[in-house]
Design a protein around this ligand. Structure first.
Ligand SMILES: C[S@@+](CC[C@H](N)C(=O)[O-])C[C@H]1O[C@@H](n2cnc3c(N)ncnc32)[C@H](O)[C@@H]1O
Length: 278
């Protein structure tokens, strides 16, 4: 999609354009609104929705009933399907399951809902974030009475719209041999991101969208994140010469995303250190 056309998609959007940097757009808006966009423009979605674990987001309630959460999930995934081009891919970062306040199979349930609204299943990547701090809720200690099993991993479910093989776009890939060999193995190991450093309750690390973007999109493709948060997906889209649109409901988080994008471009434009000729 040309930059003029993406500009038009954004101009016609019901979201409020909060920040633009080259072909990267931060919108303040509501991803549950089916009329947020009125055309297909997405090549790749990389996102981590709210997990409904009671986080203190500014503008939304992260503690609704599981039934409501499944309805919320169905609505935004349906919208994303509608806004996606036929060869679009969808990388969905979600928990494997939930252990607090009753056990729920979140990963399986959301994967089923994604398929119900039309997405086709491709693969699941296990992200081993090595977070062993959760390993204190054993339930009944050293007893078979009611032990709890807690996995220090999350999922990245990979789906697509109509067909897996990409036939459109620049056809230019920027992944190297070692990255390709390592990342096509469905166990990814890297650490999570610091909430304190970023100033957001649940940022994912840059490595997550970086791998998804390089593995699943061509240079110049349009990357979309319906839950932009602190802007991580768009920062990587910018760094990797993709176009990007992100939607965030909360203006304070949109501002964090804007500041991170501005910082990224400053780093980008800094001259590389040269040897002194003295
Ligand atoms: C898990 S966080 C995303 C974090 C992001 N991946 C990052 O690296 O910062 C989910 C975000 O979705 C936003 N959000 C929740 N409901 C929304 C909605 N209906 N539309 C748009 N954004 C929403 C929240 O404000 C929150 O910032």
């Amino acid at each position: 999609m040309t930059s003029v056309a993406l500009n038009e998609v954004v101009r016609k959007s019901k979201g409020q354009l909060f920040h633009r940097q080259d072909d990267i757009y931060v919108l303040v808006g509501e991803s549950l609104d089916v009329d947020l966009f009125n055309q297909e423009f997405i090549d790749l979605i990389v996102t981590s929705p709210p997990y409904n674990v009671g986080l203190d987001y500014n503008s939304t309630n992260d503690k609704i009933t599981y039934e409501e959460y499944l309805q919320f999930s169905e609505q935004w995934m349906r919208n994303c399907y509608r806004w996606s081009r036929p060869s679009a891919r969808f990388c969905l970062n979600i928990p494997l399951d939930k252990n607090k306040g009753g056990q729920t199979s979140v990963g399986a349930d959301l994967t089923t809902i994604a398929q119900k609204v039309g997405w086709k299943y491709h693969a699941t990547i296990i992200w081993n974030e090595g977070n062993i701090s959760r390993r204190t809720a054993w339930g009944s200690w050293m007893s078979a009475s009611a032990p709890y099993v807690i996995a220090p991993v999350e999922l990245i479910v990979v789906l697509y719209k109509d067909e897996w093989k990409k036939k459109h776009g620049s056809r230019q890939s920027d992944i190297n041999r070692d990255e390709f060999l390592e990342w096509t193995n469905g166990l990814w190991t890297f650490s999570g991101e610091s909430k304190k450093k970023i100033g957001h309750p649940a940022p994912f690390p840059r490595e997550l969208p970086r791998r998804c973007i390089k593995l699943f999109s061509f240079v110049g493709d349009v990357v979309f994140d319906p839950f932009l948060g602190s802007g991580t997906t768009l920062i990587e889209a910018l760094a990797l010469k993709r176009k990007g649109v992100g939607v965030e409901i909360d203006i304070k988080y949109a501002e964090i995303a804007k500041q991170r994008l501005l910082k990224e471009i400053t780093l980008f434009n800094q001259p590389s250190p040269t040897m002194s000729s003295g």
